[in-house]
Design a protein around this ligand. Structure first.
Ligand SMILES: [Zn+2]
Length: 137
């Protein structure tokens, strides 16, 4: 078969509709033992996440990758690099805008906790000082 090894698992995952608000957590950040502290995982899960030639149609997925990426992502965006990354995404307009027609200010994604539950992502409008649920998808 003609296997295409031109996309990493992370690139594939970030390309999924609805994942625009996620940052690309740098490989060196993920691999740093200190940053993994307290996050339990199977070696295979991390191997999938770090796979530079992931093919979503062929490669076996172990099931915890999304959750684990969500957890390391939550940790990453609290770091200096991650905050900077999120700020760039905000300025670029990667996140939703406030749903109030009179406002339409750029909003920031906020999670209720570090736990990865996609449907729980809400957006905070700094102008209205209010949060609203996911609108776009
Ligand atoms: Zn607003």
């Amino acid at each position: 078969s003609c296997r295409q090894n031109n996309s990493s698992w992370i690139s594939w995952f970030l390309g999924i509709k609805g994942h625009e608000y996620l940052c690309r957590v740098p490989i060196d950040y993920i691999q740093e033992t200190f940053n993994q502290m307290g996050l339990e995982y199977f070696t295979e899960t991390l191997q999938v996440i770090l796979n530079p030639g992931f093919d979503s149609s062929l490669d076996w997925v172990f099931g915890d990758e999304e959750k684990w990426y969500g957890m390391i992502h939550a940790r990453y965006i609290m770091s200096e690099r991650g905050l900077d990354n999120m700020h760039q995404k905000y300025e670029r307009g990667d996140f939703e805008v406030c749903p109030k027609l009179s406002c339409r200010q750029k909003a920031l994604p906020v999670g209720p906790s570090g736990v990865w539950v996609k449907s729980n992502v809400k957006f905070f409008c700094p102008h209205c000082n209010d949060t609203h649920p996911h609108q776009r998808h």
